[in-house]
Design a binder for this molecule. Sequence first.
Ligand SMILES: *Cc1c(COP(=O)(O)O)cnc(C)c1O
Length: 340
Amino acid sequence: MPIVKANAYGHGLERVALELQSAGAKWFGVARIEEALFLREIGIHSGILVLGYTPPARVAHAVNKDISLTVYDCYVLKEYAAQAQGLQEIIKLHAKIDTGMGRLGIMLKEATDFLKYISDNECLRLEGIFTHFACADEPDKDITHMQINNFNQILKEIKKHGIATPLIHCANSAGAINFPQARFDMVRAGIALYGHPPAQSTHLPSEIFPAISWKTRLISIKQLPAGYGVSYGHRYHTKQEERIGVIAVGYGDGLRRRPGNQVLIRGKKVDIVGTVCMDQSMVQLDDLPEAQIGDEVVIMGRQNGAEISATDIADQWETINYEIICGLAARMPRYYLNGK
Ligand SMILES: *Cc1c(COP(=O)(O)O)cnc(C)c1O
C-alpha cells in the first residue's frame, strides 16, 4: 500500500498515484476523505483506505466511491453503522488497534468486542485490521517488539472468536525494513517509497534513491558596495564589495525563513544571505565568479556530484526529512522525468 497522503509527500498526488497504479499498486493509503475522492476522480480503481478520521456525515461519499475507512473508536463506529443502515449499504472498514502508539487506535482491552461488533453488523464489513508503530525507526527495538506482540495477541484472540481474518497490516517504511516479521499481508510504505530513509539509523538499499529534486534558477547578479544592507530587515551587510545573486525561491515555496540555508550552483555549495523572502532569496557568489543569470540552482538534490539531501536540510532546520518534502508548496510546478 503506497502511502500518498499530503500530495504524495509533496511529489504531486495525481501523477504519482497513476504511475503507482500502472506499476501494480493494489491499495492506496491517504489521510483524508478528500484525498481519496480525488484519487477516484483521476481514475484510481485500486482499493483506497483513509487512514485518518472521516466524519460520519461523509460515509455516503465513501460508500459511493468504494472507499474504505479506518475505525478506532466505539462512538464513531456506531455512527458509521447508523449511516450505513440509513443508506442500506455496506461500509468497508479497517480497524486500527493501539498497540502502543498512543494516537489513533482502539485500546487492547476493548479491541475484541470492537471487532466483534463490526463482524456481527450486516452493514459493516471488516476488511482489515492494522496498527501503527511509534518507534520502528529507532535503534532500540524493544518497543516495536512489544507492539508486534500485542498485535499478535489480538490476532490470536479474533481467531478464537471465529472472526474472519481480513487484511492484516502493520508496518510503515521503517517497520517494513527493520521488522520483516511485521510485514503480514501488506506494508504501508511512505517515505521509503519516495527514496528517503525514515531515520538516520535506518538505511535504504543502495538502489533506492530520492525521486525528487528541488530546483530553481539564478535570476539576478549584482556587485554590491561594502556595507550594503541585503533583504528585509538588513540582517546581512556586505563586508566588502560583494557579488550577490538572487534566486527564485522563498518561503512561499517551502524554503524556511531562517539563517544558514545553502544551495548548489555549478556543483558548489553557496550560502543564502539575508532574510529569505516569500519569492526570492539572496546568495553570496564571491567564490563563484563563473556563475551567470539562468544558472540552475539546486535546493535539494544533486548537481555535478555534489548533493544536498532532504535529510541535510532537515538537520539544518532541526526537523525530519518528511517535513521537508511535505513542505514543498503546491505552487511549484512538478516535472516528471520518467526514470531519467
Ligand atoms: C503516514 C503513514 C504511514 C507511512 O509512514 P512512512 O514512515 O512514511 O512509511 C503508514 N501508516 C500510517 C497509518 C500512516 O499514517
